[in-house]
Design a protein around this ligand. Sequence first.
Ligand SMILES: *Cc1c(COP(=O)(O)O)cnc(C)c1O
Length: 387
Amino acid sequence: MPIPLVDLRAQYDGLRDEIIAAIDECISSTQLLLGPNMTAFEEEFAQFCDAKHGVGVASGTDALQLALEAVGVGPGDEVITVSYTFIATLEAIAHLGADPVLVDIDPRTYCIDPNQVADAVTPRTKAIVPVHLYGQTADMDPICEIAEAHGLAVVEDACQAQGASYKGQRAGSLGDAACFSFYFSKNLGAYGDGGLVTTNRPDVAEQVRQLRHHGHDSKYMHVRLGYNSRLDEIQAAILRIKLRHLERWNARRQELAALYTELLSGLVETPYVADYAEHVFHLYTLRTPDRDGLAAALRDAGIGCAMHYCRPAHWQPACEQFGYQRGDFPHIGAAAEEVLQLPIYPELTEHQVHQVASVVESHVKSRARPAAFAAQQAASASAACVP
Ligand SMILES: *Cc1c(COP(=O)(O)O)cnc(C)c1O
């Protein structure tokens, strides 16, 4: 039986009746935007993150753009972030007329390297966007210290880190604002797009509320130019149902990750979990110099895998305008060639984890034999990075 990278169907089967009923109730009520489900979900998700306010928006990308605008980022400002992220992080900065200033990652966690952040601050710097990659937060204390010393805002890109924590405190409450995505394959996913900004700052919450709804303040009053970016009632109703399971789903991801790590250690480089972190394994990311060969072997065995991010943002044609070279950021360049994600989702079974691990093991062991290795090299040519 093939094993997909993510299986949404298995989760839906368990929740189907409840979800269909909630959708029916939404449509029957005819209140499809800015209604009771969004308001309730905003409160419930903010509470889940130990944050004071939650503001639902249309996507994680919009959460980033609106949060950055709310903390004051605008034309001519610089925002420090990493290139080892989904391109949305950079789009949000650039669409506000600001310049993304990119730095390298800590090669163990794949998250922004705080030492490099300190060196990248200039008089134009307005904000720092640490990306909590794969389900683990960036090292936030040194980042917040730099921000405080220079009067900068910290906006977490927590799109991959719902429920992750840093020194016991949840992602979503670690900076001035945090941005979440409910893209369908995230740990908490809608059935379509959705996003949310959490913050402890009432002024930021208020501004994002205005921005998402055309700068609307009160009836017929638009106090600024905003956007059309609301979390719709149907998605909010679905997310409320799923949020009740998120804690358990994350615990299950952690169990599965621990099993992978036990079975794979010594064969490939398994994920590093920092002392400060509670990692929620949005993705299980291993590292090996023979990444493309291993990916081909997994695909031959019917096992889904991915290579996030085999083409970091600064290698993308759309980002040429930011002026970086392919060879910038050596830790990102090395990770791009070696990372591979294995299937992980709460409904995956231990048996399936054993199956995946045994394909990895036999590939790594056969690689030690020269003839088999040559055959795999040929196979791996067809498995190269396909975004
Ligand atoms: C998913 C994701 C986004 C964008 O979220 P959308 O809801 O797809 O707009 C941004 N940043 C990171 C790191 C992500 O993983």
